[in-house]
Design a binder for this molecule. Sequence first.
Ligand SMILES: Cc1ncc(COP(=O)(O)O)c(C=O)c1O
Length: 460
Amino acid sequence: MTDDITALIAQREPDRYALHSRHLNEQMVRVLRAIGYDVGFSRGQGQYLYDRQEVRYLDLLSGFGVFALGRNHPAIRDALKLVLDSDLPNLVQMDVSVLAGILAERLLERVPFLDKVFFANSGAEAVEAAIKFARAATGRPGIVYCDHAFHGLSYGALSLNGDDTFRSGFEPLLPDCQRIPFNDLFALEKALHSRKIAAFIVEPIQGKGVNLPADEYLRSAAELCRRYGSLFIADEIQTGLGRTGRFLAIEHWNVEPDMVLLAKALSGGHVPVGAVLTRKRIFERVFNRMDRAVVHGSTFAKNDLAMAAGIATLDVIESERLIENAARAGERLMRAFSKMTSRYELLHDVRGKGLMIGIEFGPPQSFKLKASWNLLETANKGLFCQLITIPLFKDHKLLAQVAGHGSHTIKLLPPLVVSDVDCEWIEKAFDDVIAASHRVPGAVWSLGKTLVEHAMRVRA
Ligand SMILES: Cc1ncc(COP(=O)(O)O)c(C=O)c1O
């Protein structure tokens, strides 16, 4: 008899961190312990997480953007249960599934300038497919990507990663990939000019750092790509499906890319999924003959659970008006944080769209804060944000993330279902912790001292 999973979880819960230290990633457990995040989350509902003591947390991380609908949405659960109870043949491979057809049709209704969909199992897999499709469609080898870009961590995707911390130790990566600064059209044109570039791939809003494009950047980049015969790929794996207050983030700038990549939120969080939306002419260069019908694919792609979850997700986004809520709640939060920038010298910038918001800290003006800031920065660049996220977590029960290695920006990526009460929670908590960070000496800077000492001990 198979184990009763619920009983098994209850029985082994006390071993959770020990199991991971022993059999999985021990460093992750060390990180969680060091920053006091080892509270043992036991339950998730909507935008909330509950630890082993049933303390409620507001999740501003959404599993890296997966839980746009919140955790365990009943509509997604019902769709998945119905599939499991339907005895569907699933993954026959020598057949095609109606659910995949429906999800493709519904996605293309939302993105009418594209004609075809390729399904994958993750964001990185969608990126890998896009690289192959671009090369096959253009007969060119090169891919241009941006500084600070994040497109996943498999080899092709890693070759387009704009942060050396991720790349280091894994080289050599894919050849013919060229990095340019984000928001630099001159650099883009210079790269495209060789006419050896298959595609330019870009996140409309960069996840690492929450960097926004200049007003004309994406439009002009798409035009340049067209002029030089390169494809324009929008990686909307994080920004897509309503996150920024539009179905796709590129809609803010009226751009029609040759490929749009989706994943994360598309399955409502229960089943891995990825998708490449593209033009017919590109698709036809890849799958160009009957003997190439399976020239690219993946065994589990288009599985019934992922496809049903995708269909249910699109329904919920529509019926709960989540895109509108993302726009409205995002505007409210941006307004509140913008007001704070005038009150706090360490708070330098607030930027974003919808519910993808970056809160950037930077060097203070006043003498009393300067000394503490410099000490911390010298010891470990970017550590300041931990002085904000740790008290947010410990004292205010907000789970938030720093927007990248060595970054001074905290990223808010909450489920799109957040309410006004949640927004108030966020605003009050940040206000309180940021205010405390302006008091020297104070609890926040004592934490800084502890973290520096800890970092030095680890390095020693
Ligand atoms: C913009 C973007 N592209 C691609 C990926 C990779 O997705 P996955 O982790 O599902 O491979 C991510 C993941 O964070 C992402 O944010």
